[in-house]
Design a binder for this molecule. Structure first.
Ligand code: GS8
Length: 226
């Protein structure tokens, strides 16, 4: 019955997926009950292909039969469809625009190519040193935006926090592969990550950093990187 016509709220996802974790954290923050359907990306379900015919990717949120694709759009949808609890985007239009800017920055700069094991972990010597410096620069920009706030959303856990927090599981892999200390390079971000982990929505969703590292290690072996 994996492809039964979905009712209520259904998330097509893969448990360890960074982008799906954003959606699961947002749903947990809102207290929304949903059905989790694990996809096999080597043999995508007809429901996934029908729900996301353009990209054919997870995550996809299906709400009363209507699919929503792309994690930042899904998280905004969740915020708007369940507005009465735990608002993720601020009410003020300018503050909303700023939050969207930084979430987009995460997608453009933290994700590709840095979360991609074939990049920071694959490079060697000067190339890796340059990529590492660039990445540390990106972390510093994020720290500048965080400032002395508890969360990117201020006192409240918000849209940028949801966008970035799944990458906390990758911190160990970044520092181990590229040979630097996250604690030294970005102490405020590390402290923010620990604060986020105190939230049940985050703690129950994020991948184990060691598992992420082992996943990257396997990937490196598969693509022939020492
Ligand atoms: C990225 C989703 C994505 O890359 C988002 O939702 O934010 N911008 C999108 N999904 C991948 C799994 S994670 O690497 C995916 O579904 N890949 C399967 C495929 O491309 O065939």
């Amino acid at each position: 019955m994996a492809d039964a016509e979905p009712k209520g709220v259904v998330l097509l996802d893969v448990l360890k997926n960074t982008f799906g974790q954003r959606c699961r954290i947002a749903l947990a923050e809102k207290g929304v009950e949903y059905e989790f359907r694990e996809e096999n990306l080597r043999d995508k379900s007809p429901l996934l292909l029908k729900s996301n015919p353009v990209h054919k990717r997870i995550p996809v949120l299906i709400h009363d039969g209507k699919p929503v694709c792309e994690s930042p759009i899904i998280v905004q949808y969740i915020d708007e469809a369940w507005p009465h609890r735990a608002p993720l985007l601020p009410a003020d239009p300018y503050a909303r625009a700023q939050a969207r800017f930084w979430a987009d920055f995460v997608d453009k700069k933290v994700r590709p190519p840095y979360a991609d094991a074939s990049h920071l972990c694959k490079l060697k010597g000067e190339e890796q040193a340059a990529a590492k410096e660039e990445f540390i620069g990106i972390l510093k920009l994020l720290e500048g935006e965080l400032g002395d706030k508890k969360y990117f959303g201020g006192d409240a856990f918000g849209f940028v926090d949801v966008a970035l927090v799944p990458f906390v599981s990758w911190f160990y892999t970044y520092e181990t592969c590229a040979g630097f200390s996250m604690e030294e390079a970005a102490p405020k971000l590390v402290a923010w990550g620990k604060r986020c982990m105190e939230r049940e929505s985050v703690a129950k969703t994020l991948s184990d950093p060691q598992m992420v590292y082992e996943f990257v290690d396997r990937l490196k072996k598969r693509i022939g990187v020492e």
